[in-house]
Design a protein around this ligand. Structure first.
Ligand SMILES: [Zn+2]
Length: 308
């Protein structure tokens, strides 16, 4: 775990030990591998900073390279990364410990938990009913980000995806820019077929009105009773692996090495003859964009996620 937060000395130090007037609302951002969660959280952080809302982010990834921290961690907000597992199951104790630390040391206005792409949002929110965080976590919202292209291709729509979508309070239909405009209604109808009730917001590049995710008055939540019963679901098993790419690897070599059956997601930086690029694989789509890693040690290393 990396803990980047500095205690803000301008805050009233008494607030750490005395009872809070209000609980802190928590937003869980979930979504299948490659749906655009990190982009959405980045947009959210930028909006929150402009409006003066103090946000603490817990980011969870299955791989262990710290890529998401590198993408997000420069905003000066509290940011903790839990890596090498999933917060809805094997890392749930670490999640509780991290949340409690953030509460004591940062005392943010809002908590955002960006789960791994295989986590189940309902199982993640069940942790809010555990001691000691149940005393101070207020209203929780589960947002599930959906990749419109994945829907259009009919790829990986059962199992984890279905479970995630079925427990969303709000569905963000993202990446609509990747499919033709006349196909937008059809992908929304497909999503509606999987989850009949949750509101759907259409979106490109993770740009969602911040008021939808952070309502101005989220209200309180009494967590003194028992946690709700978990619906039946299957947590599928996924495997992560690191792929090293040699210096000078070309874009076509990258595409070739990443065109392998069963690969769901890959992310990392490579050094091509044209310079450093950020490599992102979602399903069959391999994307490279000119970009430099904030830490040179990340260059030439990709995290791959496949079904186990
Ligand atoms: Zn899990």
């Amino acid at each position: 775990m990396t803990f980047l937060a500095q205690r803000d000395s301008s805050r009233d130090p008494v607030s750490v030990t005395s009872p809070r007037r209000e609980k802190i609302p928590a937003l869980v951002v979930s979504g299948f591998l490659g749906s655009g969660k990190t982009t959405l959280v980045r947009h959210l952080l930028a909006s929150a900073q402009r409006s003066g809302v103090r946000v603490a982010v817990v980011s969870n990834e299955l791989g262990e390279l710290g890529i998401d921290r590198a993408l997000l961690g420069s905003g000066g907000e509290a940011f903790v990364e839990l890596e090498g597992g999933c917060v809805c199951c094997e890392l749930s104790d670490d999640l509780i410990e991290t949340l409690e630390q953030l509460h004591e040391q940062v005392d943010p206005d809002r908590i955002v938990i960006e789960t791994s792409g295989v986590a189940l949002p309902f199982d993640t929110t069940l942790n809010f009913w555990r001691d000691p965080v149940r005393r101070w976590i207020g209203e929780d919202t589960a947002v599930v980000v959906v990749n419109a292209e994945q829907l259009a291709e009919g790829r990986d729509l059962s199992g984890t995806f279905e479970d995630q979508v079925g427990s969303a309070d709000l569905l963000v239909l993202n990446k609509l820019d990747l499919i033709p405009a006349d196909g937008h209604d059809a992908v929304e109808a497909t999503l509606r077929g999987i989850e009949p009730e949750a509101p759907i917001v259409r979106c490109e590049r993770g740009v969602v009105p911040v008021e939808l995710l952070f309502p101005p008055d989220p209200g309180e939540k009494d967590r003194s009773g028992a946690a709700p019963a978990a619906p039946a679901h299957s947590h599928e098993h996924f495997r992560t692996e690191e792929l090293q790419l040699p210096e000078g690897v070309t874009e076509s070599e990258i595409v070739e090495r990443l065109s392998r059956p069963g690969l769901l997601r890959a992310k990392g930086w490579a050094l091509t003859p044209e310079g450093p690029v950020l490599v992102q694989v979602v399903g069959r789509r391999v994307e490279t964009t000119a970009d430099e890693p904030p830490d040179p040690a990340l260059l030439g290393r990709l995290v791959l996620i496949e079904r186990a």
